[in-house]
Design a protein around this ligand. Sequence first.
Ligand code: MRU
Length: 355
Amino acid sequence: MISTIEWKDDKVLMLDQSRLPLEVVYVECSDYHKVAEGIKKLWIRGAPAIGIAAAMGIALGAQDIKAGSMEEFLKKLDIVMDDLLATRPTAVNIKWAVERIKTLLASKKGEQVSAVKRLLIEEAKRVLEEDIEINKAIGKWGAEFIRDGDTILTHCNAGSLATGGYGTATAPMLVAKEQGKRIQVIADETRPVLQGARLTAWELMQSGIPVTLITDNTAGALMKKGAIDLAIVGTDRTTRNGDVANKIGTYTVAVLCREHNIPFYVAAPLSSIDFEMESGEHIPIEQRHADEVTIVRGQRIAPEGVNVINLAFDVTPAKYVTSFFTERGAFKPRDIKKLAEKNVAIESIRLHVAK
Ligand code: MRU
């Protein structure tokens, strides 16, 4: 499986996904500004992957800090974290990574600055390793809901490339395949920057899962014909009530699924759930440059100066979500908030497929 991001020789190596599938090129980031640039320019993208990039960016930024005291070090590290937080607003994973590292720092106040710098590298590597394990667990729980012969619709890329490996929405597909289920995937191309066409189609072909690419406006017609059995998508931020921010167009897919009685599943690692945010209306939605819509691979396709709305994400209300696949199991939207509670009897809210 291709690596999205790694810590190598005290640098961060990230696959430049904006060039896929035409070229496989790794960018070497030797300071945290380069990591931040990579997140902004979508060299690395997908909520869990940018969370990992943020953790690595913080570790990288820490190495360059010159400080005479822990207090000075932490003050300078705050600037690094703020810069990384400002890169992309919708995915909660950057905030999640920053908070995880702040918790670690709070427990190491008595240590030497040099020791803390090393700990931050270890922590960033751990975030990456854990992510892969989390995705495998999502895969295990989610695969229960996939039957032999199913055709699965997905939107954008919530695959290996969007994570440390294995993907979130693709994990149940990979496990289903390992279980011998004959499945196929329909991938929405995902305008404007074509993560479905460039990334999902590419990585599923490499995994040996049959994949068919469609334009974003084709899904409804296929559903009407009975050609789609279920949909699985990822999420950039899911709120306490189960509302789901994900790539623009996800809401449309969810509403179409409801109309056609097709289950709509969201693969959501706990790092993508914002347990502090009550509902989706509070999620900041990133608006990206008009050029992404008017220029396709260097070619202008719309009149110069035309008004453009380029929302990178939309919010699907919880009522459209059949269930979530997390690393702790599958759950109804109404039970998502319970995952943050201590002493909750997970087995009492976990969903299973009746055998
Ligand atoms: O703009 P992108 O490519 O970062 O958007 C990615 C998505 O919307 C994914 O579906 C989401 O981050 C989940 S990735 C496991």
